[in-house]
Each structure stands twice: as structure tokens, then as C-alpha cells.
Design a protein around this ligand. Structure first.
Ligand SMILES: NC(=O)c1ccc[n+]([C@@H]2O[C@H](COP(=O)([O-])OP(=O)(O)OC[C@H]3O[C@@H](n4cnc5c(N)ncnc54)[C@H](OP(=O)(O)O)[C@@H]3O)[C@@H](O)[C@H]2O)c1
Length: 248
């Protein structure tokens, strides 16, 4: 029970990494609010997470949505000890394919969403709380065809450093987790065929030194460490969980 009596908010907690993390946090004693946009998934998510979960609708790109979510979490939980700013998406973005819409889509979900999630919940963060930002292994090295997503995640990694400084007086810790190629629904949302998705996953697996893609739970365990008091001396860092992809 490493999160006993703690309250957490996980954006993008209705699928993949966010959902696995919500399950683990609840198993460790936390009450958890998760957010997503696709209400069709909400009943299933509520059933999976149980009575210690709130499932809230909101788009991280909307400042109004994030304010409304913060207000509801405040009303139900009273305050927050952990925030996992996890909602985000990766888009293939070879430089010639980038138009203004794609630029805005990538930056708004991955950067604007994190900034205004934090701003909305700031007044409700208790002293000693932990904020975890989800970055990506694609920002650790150069990667072909995904430059803008990598740049957005590099910006988020930078925020973890700067915000750590800004909130030292409130003893709020900021850290990032950089997942590697994780086997989640993320790439199935690119609108490609099942066969294409299967082939890409096989390619990703081959490119990882340990020989397979990661599981959402691999990131959930890293988030649990950063959320718990066991990491109280860990500030402003980025924990890379990528099967060695960017390190070996
Ligand atoms: N999977 C990987 O290989 C990988 C690698 C590196 C980093 N990451 C990062 O890990 C995070 C989670 O990814 P995942 O693999 O778990 O993907 P996922 O299974 O597609 O889950 C994404 C979650 O984010 C939510 N979401 C997406 N856009 C949103 C928006 N505009 N507003 C609010 N919620 C939104 C989705 O809910 P709705 O669909 O209802 O909006 C869903 O709950 C992302 O930040 C991603 O960049 C993933």
C-alpha cells in the first residue's frame, strides 16, 4: 500500500499506460481520477477500475475542460498528491508532411495539454506531492520520421526540470518517464490496417535490445516509484523505460 490515502489524477487514463497506472495506483491504496475523451469507453473503464476511481471526460487541449476536471477532482478528493500528465499521442511527421494542422495537433496534445493540466490543478496540489510527465524515448536520440513528436516530448522533458525549480518551496516534485516502444492501443489509432499495425509492432520489437515491446505495466511500475515517497529525493529527472532502445 505505497499510495495509501493518496489522491491521484491521471490524464489519458482510459487506455494503455494511463489505465494500467490507474489500476496499479488503486491496488496500492490510492483514489484515482482518470480522464479521456471517448465516453464510449467509460463504462468499461469504470468497471475495470472499481469504486476508488472517478472517470472524467475532458480534452487536455481545452483549458476549460481541464479547469472543470480540476474542480470536480477538488470537490470529490479535496486535493491531490499525485498527477500523471500522461495524455498524449505520437504522430509520424516526416518534415515534408508537416502542415499547420498537424503541427497544432502534435503540439497541443503533447505540450499545451501538459502545461494547462498543471496550471488547472496547481492550487489543489498538496505539499510534498509528485507530478510525473510522460515523455518518450523518441526524444532521447534522433529518429527518422517522427521529428515533431520528438520535439514536443523534448519540450515536456524540459518542463519537468524548470517546474521542479519553480515549486521547490511547495515541495512539489516533478519528474518525467520516457517510455520506449510499448504495446498499447496507441498506433492502432493511426487509421492503418490491422496487418500494417502487426508489421510495425514486429519491426519495433526487433529494434529493441531486449527483443520485445514493453507493456503498459512496465511504465505503471515506474510511475508508482515516482509517485510514492520512496522517490522523495528524485527531482527533475527522466526515467527511461525502453528496453535499452536509447541507451545501448
Ligand atoms: N505506446 C508507446 O509506444 C509510447 C511510447 C512513448 C511515449 N508514449 C506516451 O505515453 C502516453 C500514453 O500513450 P499510450 O501508449 O498509453 O496510448 P493510448 O493507449 O492511445 O492512450 C492514450 C490515452 O490518452 C487519451 N487522450 C488522447 N488524446 C487526448 C486528448 N486530447 N485529451 C485527453 N485525453 C486524450 C486517450 O483517451 P481518448 O482516446 O478517450 O481521448 C487515452 O486514454 C502518451 O503521452 C504517449 O505519447 C507512448
Amino acid at each position: 500500500m505505497r499510495l495509501k490515502n493518496k489522491s491521484a489524477l491521471i490524464t489519458g487514463g482510459t487506455s494503455g499506460i494511463g489505465l494500467a497506472t490507474a489500476k496499479l495506483f488503486i491496488a496500492e491504496g490510492a483514489r484515482v481520477a482518470v480522464t479521456g475523451r471517448d465516453v464510449a469507453a467509460f463504462e468499461r473503464v469504470k468497471a475495470e477500475l472499481g469504486e476508488n476511481a472517478l472517470v472524467l471526460k475532458g480534452d487536455v487541449r481545452s483549458i476549460e475542460d481541464m479547469k472543470a476536471i480540476a474542480a470536480e477532482v477538488k470537490e470529490k478528493f479535496g486535493g491531490l498528491d499525485v498527477v500523471f500528465a500522461n495524455a498524449g499521442r505520437a504522430f509520424p511527421s516526416a518534415v515534408n508532411d508537416i502542415d499547420e494542422d498537424l503541427y497544432n495537433e502534435i503540439m497541443d496534445i503533447n505540450v499545451k495539454g501538459v502545461v494547462f493540466t498543471l496550471q488547472a490543478v496547481l492550487p489543489d496540489l498538496r505539499e510534498g506531492s509528485s507530478v510525473i510527465l510522460n515523455t518518450s524515448f523518441v526524444a532521447q536520440t534522433g529518429k527518422h520520421g517522427i521529428s515533431l513528436t520528438a520535439a514536443a516530448k523534448a519540450a515536456v522533458r524540459s518542463l519537468a526540470r524548470s517546474w521542479s525549480y519553480e515549486f521547490l518551496d511547495r515541495k512539489i516534485r516533478f519528474n518525467a518517464i520516457a517510455p520506449g516502444a510499448m504495446d498499447t492501443p496507441l498506433i492502432s489509432k493511426w487509421g492503418m490496417s490491422d496487418e500494417w499495425v502487426r508489421d510495425r509492432k514486429a519491426e519495433f520489437a526487433k529494434a529493441v535490445p531486449v527483443g520485445h515491446m514493453g507493456k503498459a505495466e512496465d511504465i505503471a511500475y515506474a510511475a508508482l516509484y515516482l509517485a510514492s515517497d520512496e522517490s522523495s529525493y528524485v527531482v527533475g529527472t527522466e526515467l527511461v523505460v525502453d528496453g535499452g532502445a536509447s541507451q545501448l
